[in-house]
Ligand binder design. Structure first.
Ligand SMILES: NC(=O)c1ccc[n+]([C@@H]2O[C@H](COP(=O)([O-])OP(=O)(O)OC[C@H]3O[C@@H](n4cnc5c(N)ncnc54)[C@H](O)[C@@H]3O)[C@@H](O)[C@H]2O)c1
Length: 348
């Protein structure tokens, strides 16, 4: 059986624990049923991919931005993303059309959010912008609307410093590209009601995500802390001339990264033997990079305007079209990996 709301998308996009959805059951009694209309504020890189995830799963989504032309860019981006999913055999043309038909574009904030049941803010990472937006939202949103932020760095207590809806506020931290990476980190405020957290977790599963819940607030959440710890060492090895940038990348993509899509670091420690890992930590930890700031190499390149793929040069160099070709290939690989992960979860 398939989910009555999401039909085949439920099968194609389900997250690891969304078994109830596969059986066509409602996941959480009344809670999730109350969520029908989604509003996304900010139609950039993340807002558009989050909107797309909801639309593919059958939700009515309104996406808001400050200019029509930005909404138009978002529409094109989502159409391209959906076409890639079609080319990889994940969606049909009808699925794509239905998803695009579920999205409404709106520059007027009030019209975009006044009827919404679940609102995700995905505007730039500038605290004053977020505070101003929340203050504006307070007078508009429904009394039972749930509000989420896609912030990647601000603690939820800081986000809520000037707002009055902390009891129905969460962070839903999607990963780029948000329509392909399953992880969503959920952070709750001290005042967030437990039922709001539960509905958020259920909703993320319903759109095929793999949400995790943080038990307490911590800067960088979990995934970016882990990722930054690894990248600090990668840039240290590069600076020390231990290997080329390409070989350092291969050390991860062909080594630990190959395992990580299915086996996390904690389980890897168990599989390898905790006695072995005790020795690894004792021998290697003292010689790891301990610096407290961004790597010097990154600082220098940023000063020179070498920002990576978007400026044509960073650690590597990119021809005009090669960056977009690489991103296209990356997304195709992610789609294939997503399919493989879902197959594995089918077997469980
Ligand atoms: N880019 C990433 O990889 C990534 C990953 C995870 C989380 N995040 C977080 O997601 C959020 C958005 O990031 P992004 O990369 O999508 O940014 P972006 O710059 O691509 O998009 C932000 C959009 O918000 C719009 N905007 C600005 N003020 C607005 C307002 N008052 N009302 C409506 N729209 C407004 C902008 O016009 C822009 O289109 C940030 O909090 C960021 O930290 C980003």
């Amino acid at each position: 059986m398939v989910c009555p709301r999401t039909k085949e998308f439920c099968f194609l996009f389900r997250g690891g624990t969304n078994v109830a959805c596969i059986k066509g059951e409602d996941i959480n009694g009344r809670g999730i049923k109350m969520i029908k209309k989604i509003a996304i504020i900010g139609s950039g890189v993340m807002g558009s991919s989050i909107a797309q995830s909801f639309a593919v799963s059958g939700y009515a989504v309104t996406i808001n931005d400050i200019k029509e032309e930005l909404l138009s860019h978002a529409e094109n981006r989502m159409a391209d993303n959906l076409s890639l999913l079609m080319e990889e055999g994940v969606l049909t043309d009808q699925d794509k059309q239905r998803a695009m038909g579920n999205i409404t574009y709106q520059v007027d904030l009030e019209t975009a959010i006044r009827d919404a049941d679940f609102i995700i803010e995905a505007i730039p990472e500038v605290i004053e912008l977020k505070w101003n937006l929340y203050q504006e939202m307070e007078t508009i949103i429904k009394p039972d609307a749930i509000v989420a932020s896609n912030t990647s760095t601000f603690p939820i207590s800081q986000l809520m410093e000037k707002a009055t809806f902390a009891d129905r506020m969460v962070i839903t931290h999607f990963f780029n590209p948000g329509h392909l990476v399953p992880l969503v980190e959920i952070v709750q405020h001290g005042e967030t009601k437990p039922e709001i957290v539960q509905v958020t977790l259920d909703l993320m599963r319903k759109i095929g995500k793999s949400p995790i819940l943080l038990n307490k607030e911590i800067p960088g959440f979990i995934a970016n802390r882990l990722q930054t710890a690894l990248m600090r060492e990668a840039f240290y090895l590069l600076k020390e001339g231990v290997a080329s940038a390409a070989d350092i990348d291969t050390a991860i993509t062909a080594g630990p990264g190959f395992r990580w899509a299915f086996t996390g670091p904690i389980e890897i420690a168990d599989f390898g033997g905790l006695d072995t890992w005790q020795r690894v930590f004792d021998n290697v930890s003292p010689v790891l990079d301990q610096s407290k700031q961004a790597p010097v190499l990154i600082r220098e390149l940023v000063e020179e305007g070498k920002l990576g793929a978007k400026s044509g040069e960073g650690i590597f160099t990119y021809e005009a079209s090669s960056a977009s070709e690489k991103i296209n290939q990356r997304d195709r690989n992610f789609i294939k990996l997503g399919k493989l992960k879902r197959e594995k979860e089918e077997v469980r």
